[in-house]
Write a protein that binds this ligand. Structure first.
Ligand code: PXG
Length: 283
C-alpha cells in the first residue's frame, strides 16, 4: 500500500513521521475514517467538513483547501487500485519541541492511508452483537468535546478494554451524567414502540455520519426519529437496538448487560435500515 504524506507517496515500510510530531507526543491532531464503495467515496463532503470542524475546534489550520484534500483522498485510492476500501485521514499538529506549545510546531502533517476494511465477522451481522455498559465515561464535553474527532482516543480504548474483558466486541459508554452516549467507535440506537431513538449530540457523542444517514433513511421510511436523553433502562426495555459507524455500517445488538433485547435477534426496523443503508452505499 502506498501512503500519502504531505503530497508524496511512500511504501508502508517507509511511511514515517517524526517522533517530535505532536500527534504522537500529545495526541494533538484530528482524523477521519471514511469508506469507499465501488470506487466512490461515501459521504466525502460530510467527512471533509467534519475534519475541518474538528481542526477548527482545536485551533489548527489544515494546510490545504477542502478541494485539494478531496482530490488527495481520491488520488490515494486510485494509486492503491482500491475501489472498496477504508481511508484513514489524519492531520497532526506537526513537528514541535518537547513542550506542549502548538505554536512551536511547524506545518500540520497530512497523512492518508487507504487500505482494505476489516468488518465484524459476517455471522455477527446475522445474529447481532452482545454489548455491555462499562464504567469509563465519555470525556466530559466541557473538557474535551467528544464531537471533536481527535487523535486522543484513550477513553474509547479504556472502554474497549473493559468491553473485551466482559467478552464483548463493543462497549456502551455513558456520559458524566450517567446517560447513554455511544459505543467506542459506533453510535447507538434503539427502537421502542415503532419510534427510532438515539442520544442527542450534546449527550457526549461524535455526531456520526452513518448516524445522520440512518436517521434520514428512517424518516424516509415514515419512522419517527427522536434525539433524546436515554438511560440504561431505555436500552433494557427496547424492542430493537443497533449500532452505526463507517466501519460497522448498521449492526444489530441483541443483548445488553445480559438482558435480551426484543426477540433476541435483529428486529424488522433494524433489518430494513441495514438493507436500505447498504443500497445507499451502492448507489
Ligand atoms: N462514535 C465514535 C466515538 C467514533 O469514533 C462513530 C461514532 C461513528 O461515526 P461515523 O461518522 O463513522 O458514522 C465513530 C467512528 C474504525 C474506527 O476503524 C472508527 C472510528 C474511529 C476509530 C476507528 O473502526 N469512528
Amino acid at each position: 500500500m502506498k501512503i500519502y504524506i504531505n503530497g508524496e507517496y511512500f511504501e508502508k515500510e517507509d511511511a514515517k513521521i517524526s517522533v517530535y510530531d505532536h500527534g504522537l507526543l500529545y495526541g494533538d491532531g484530528v482524523f477521519e475514517g471514511i469508506r469507499s464503495y465501488g470506487g466512490k467515496v461515501f459521504k466525502m463532503v460530510e467527512h471533509i467538513d467534519r475534519l475541518w470542524d474538528s481542526a477548527k475546534a482545536i485551533r489548527m489550520e489544515i494546510p490545504m483547501t477542502k478541494e485539494e484534500m478531496t482530490e488527495a483522498v481520491e488520488e490515494t485510492l486510485a494509486v492503491n487500485g482500491l475501489t472498496d476500501g477504508y481511508i484513514r485521514l489524519i492531520v497532526t499538529r506537526g513537528v514541535g519541541d518537547l513542550g506542549l506549545d502548538p505554536d512551536k510546531c511547524g506545518t500540520p502533517q497530512v497523512i492518508i492511508i487507504a487500505d482494505l476494511i476489516a468488518l465484524y465477522p459476517p455471522e455477527l451481522y446475522e445474529k447481532g452483537l452482545e454489548i455491555v455498559t462499562i464504567s469509563t465515561p465519555r470525556n466530559h464535553p466541557a473538557a474535551l468535546s467528544p464531537r471533536i474527532k481527535s487523535l486522543n482516543y484513550l477513553s474509547s480504548i479504556l472502554a474497549k478494554i473493559e468491553g473485551k474483558q466482559a467478552g464483548c466486541v463493543e462497549a456502551l459508554m455513558l456520559n458524566h451524567k450517567g446517560e447513554l452516549a455511544e459505543c467506542t467507535a459506533d453510535n447507538f440506537f434503539i427502537v421502542r414502540k415503532g419510534r427510532l431513538l438515539t442520544p442527542p449530540s450534546d449527550a457526549g457523542i461524535l455526531e456520526g455520519i452513518t448516524r445522520n444517514a440512518v436517521m434520514d433513511i428512517a424518516r424516509e421510511m415514515g419512522v419517527e426519529v427522536l434525539e433524546i436523553v436515554l438511560t440504561k433502562y431505555d436500552a433494557y426495555v427496547a424492542d430493537e437496538c443497533f449500532l452505526t459507524g463507517s466501519a460497522a455500517e448498521v449492526i444489530a445488538v441483541v443483548k445488553i448487560d445480559g438482558r435480551t433485547i426484543g426477540e433476541g435477534k435483529p428486529g424488522p426496523i433494524t433489518r430494513e435500515l441495514k438493507d436500505r443503508f447498504q443500497k445507499l452505499t451502492q448507489s
